[in-house]
Write a protein that binds this ligand. Structure first.
Ligand SMILES: Cc1ncc(COP(=O)(O)O)c(C=O)c1O
Length: 483
């Protein structure tokens, strides 16, 4: 049977081509198959999204469920499309946590808009690996253009625009990927032998994780409850002493991170003051704006973004609130030369094409085309469409905020700044811990419990493109009834 199939295949591929400007019939037949199947897949995806609110946001899956449903050995022969479609329906979709679901209110958004999905289909179809201008002129140029679009949408200064400066943005896989690159560059720029970096206890762990992997020391500066912002920024008054101590101990302070919108509670670090201290000590200032950066697309949030003039780099995850889907983290740097000095290699097989080879500006060699997602999304939604989604989430957060405020069993732990609410039950922490436990058991809502100052808190984020007021009321009904 297997032999027969191979023979048939050979006959087909040996068919003489009319011209070299053609592909074989077997390839064309495969493309038709792809077309038909993908039409059906898109139908399935559309139905999934249309009906998403009618299923539970969390699956019923138990650890190791998959091996009971799918063979542990790979299929020796091709599996039919009908079987795969059935697996999508019966195994793949039901056993997922549904991050596009309106009741997904955990962590941060990971919104995958339709244009982003379309961009991904086209990107995978062309599948160029744009490490140099030559390897994909379109990809390189589109990436520069789209990074400039994004920077302008967020009101970044001109020195983060390719068109107007030596700086600019690049789409990386994740904030962690971006920071790994940046930490290497920060050490290289200073020729540091014993690097040490500074974060707060509210900084997302990706920074210290990268530092650990690189063998750098990390100093964690405590946060504190700030009465003005009613949130937990870094206690910047402790930073100069920490730096001084490290210098005296023979270490090289090279990098500090200020967060614009921390993971726990969207706190905003005193980035301007951290920046001044970095400047005095010839250190790199990085701004982690992974979540809240995209809020700057709405000008009403820009007054919160202070200290950008000191930044050497900024990371914003367009995969989060922006709607590009994972992975798409934009790394903006003030001077691309710093990356080039660190990462440019010149092997014979890399035909240097121009002054801009993006693969020479990063640790990894190959580059995926993520700019198509941004291009399709911003083209089809417009800046106004992006603003509408963000503003809608903020308005919905205000509705929930009022519902919580009117229930005297609850209190807020921080002030809402964007579309995240952090609250707890008044009195004994045990009550909040129990409520978090009950919420964790629920399949119809996905909320996160975390800790602030060691105390349990409930953290609820507006995350879905499909989120409406009804879902907010439903969420509150569930929480209030379990409390
Ligand atoms: C504020 C902040 N920074 C960074 C990250 C890490 O992002 P990534 O998964 O892209 O590395 C997160 C993740 O949610 C985050 O909340």
């Amino acid at each position: 049977m297997m032999q027969m199939r191979l023979l048939n295949l050979r006959n087909l591929t040996r068919r003489p081509f009319t011209t070299a400007n053609d592909i074989s019939d077997i390839s064309k037949a495969r493309i038709d198959k792809f077309k038909n199947q993908t039409h059906e897949l898109i139908e399935q995806v559309a139905e999934y999204h249309k009906n998403i609110a009618s299923i539970n946001v969390k699956p019923d899956a138990k650890r190791n469920f998959l091996r009971k449903l799918v063979s542990s050995t790979p299929p020796a022969e091709p599996v039919g499309w009908e079987t795969i479609q059935a697996q999508i329906k019966d195994i793949i979709i039901p056993n997922n946590s549904h991050w596009q679901h309106p009741m997904y209110m955990s962590w941060f958004p990971s919104i995958s808009t339709w244009p982003a999905i379309q961009g991904e289909i086209l990107s995978r179809s062309i599948n160029a690996i744009g490490f140099s201008w030559d390897s994909s002129p379109l990809q390189t140029e589109l990436e520069l253009l789209c990074a400039d679009w994004y920077a302008q949408m967020m009101g970044f200064p001109d020195y983060f625009l390719h068109e107007k400066s030596p700086g600019g943005g690049m789409a990386m896989t994740s904030a962690g990927d971006s920071v790994l690159n940046l930490l290497i560059v920060a050490r290289h720029r200073r020729n540091a032998k014993k690097p040490v970096i500074y974060v707060s206890d509210q900084t997302h762990v990706h920074i210290s994780k990268c530092a650990k992997a690189l063998g750098y020391e990390t100093r964690v500066i405590p946060s504190y409850f700030d009465e003005i912002s009613q949130n937990y920024p870094m206690n910047v008054s402790l930073l100069p002493l920490a730096i001084k101590k490290d210098i005296e101990a023979g270490l090289d302070p090279i990098f500090a991170c200020g967060t614009f919108g921390t993971t726990n509670s969207t706190a905003i670090d005193p980035i301007q003051q951290i920046g001044q201290i970095c400047k005095e000590n010839n250190m790199w200032l990085h701004i982690d704006a992974a979540y809240a950066g995209s809020a700057l697309v709405c000008p009403e949030f820009r007054h919160l973004f202070k200290g950008v003039e000191y930044a050497d780099s900024i990371v914003v995850n367009a995969s989060k609130w922006m709607g590009l889907g994972f992975c798409a983290s934009y790394m903006f740097i003030r001077d691309k030369k710093w990356l080039g000095d660190c990462f440019t290699m010149d092997p014979d097989y890399l035909r240097k094409s121009d002054d801009i080879d993006l693969g020479s500006l990063q640790l990894a060699f190959g580059r995926d085309n993520r700019a198509l997602r941004m291009f399709f999304y911003v083209s089809q939604y417009g800046v106004s469409g992006v603003q509408s989604m963000i503003r809608k989430h903020v308005e919905l957060a205000k509705i929930l905020e009022n519902l919580i405020k009117n229930d005297d069993r609850f209190e807020f732990c921080t002030k809402r700044e964007f579309a995240l609410l952090v609250f707890r039950m008044k009195g004994d922490d045990q009550k909040t811990t129990e409520l978090i436990g009950k919420l964790k058991e629920r399949k119809d809502i996905f909320v996160l419990g975390t800790k602030l100052e060691g105390r349990p808190v409930i953290r609820l984020s507006m995350n879905s493109e499909y989120l409406e007021e009804e879902h907010i009321h439903r969420a509150w009904e569930i929480i209030a009834s379990l409390a």
